[in-house]
Design a protein around this ligand. Sequence first.
Ligand code: ADP
Ligand code: MG
Length: 400
Amino acid sequence: MTDQTWVAPPDDAEVVAGLGRSFADLFGGKPDGVWAAPGRVNLIGEHTDYNGGWCLPLALAHRTYAAVRHRGDGHLRVASRQMSGLGYDGPVPGVRPRDPGGWVAYLAGVVAILAERAGPDRCGVDVLVDGRVPLGAGLSSSAALSCSVAVALRDVVPGLADLGDAELVDVCVRAENAYAGAATGGMDQTVSVRAVDEHLLLLDARDGTVTPVAWTLPEHEVLVVDTRASHSLADGQYAARRATCEAAAAALGLSSLRELGPGNVQDPEVVARLVGVPHGRERVRHVVTENERVLDLVAALRERDARAVGALMTASHLSLRDDYEVSCHELDLAVDAALGAGAVGARMTGGGFGGSAIALVRRDSVDRVAVAVASAFAEAGLTAPHFLSAVPSRPAGRVR
Ligand code: ADP
Ligand code: MG
């Protein structure tokens, strides 16, 4: 039998104590407090957020923690327990898009953008983060990082207390797009900041409204398989899918693909207009049918219909695999092995090309499904996957 590695949710007290020790070593003294923001899995509605569509993420209990101390001199120092040394040590106005680049940009970008509002002198901070969302696993450690820092600055920087949650989300999206150079939509930041404990969050990306959706299937849980196939190399592919959708919307004279209904995909005029957009028809078909699946899944949850929920998840996977072409061998294997071992439904989640898959599993068969997936990976000679339980959890906020 194959061993399985489970990534348990972090223990606040343990993380806070560790951050306190490292903060003292690195910066001297104590932080003003510790804030945390969750990663997420998206139950359904993939590659829809940047098309003004629907998605249904949940905040994980796995979070990124930020120990932050305000300083009055407009100087910024940042470090991460997952990285070595100081990532940045300089004035707030020295932070520019892509400079510093890499992981520091997610964090320093938030500070720079908030400094436009509060003034650079007021935004000086010492920041040390500890990320307990697996990095680069499609579980949104990047938004957990930026959002943990954003909620902290809102609390410690004079003049930011009246920033609303939706504005804070925009700040984090801008940081990721403009400073880190990742062309992501707003789903990750929205659920990290605006999640409701014990609920999924139905997000309408057209206007940013969110509706909490109760988890009505107490006998089932969402099992996350981190395939450990890194998805970071796929940045260009993500941007390419986004560009295709924008080109398709432009060819159709629409502000976004959200304006299309499922019936429109066969419409001869729509088909004709998409001829000039490479892969336009398949990509559009995914977006349009995926939007419909999100709303159908919300209805199925309301009816406590686990079978229907699972079937919609699996249909989403096939659409992402065949029409949107963002799956990969590891994701397909995780999905197939989970379904073969009795999962009610399964799909890739997140941007694709690696990262994580999720499966809707009866609680009494979680171990069986995990064993089956781990065995399939071992037989295929792949790196052993990691497993997490996705328990709908609380939004970003102060921990200590
Ligand atoms: P995901 O958001 O799915 O985890 P991304 O590629 O969007 O994947 O984001 C991962 C990147 O975010 C990492 O490569 C790193 O640059 C940054 N990051 C996330 N968490 C941390 C952390 N705790 N410390 C330093 N960098 C982090
Ligand atoms: Mg990310």
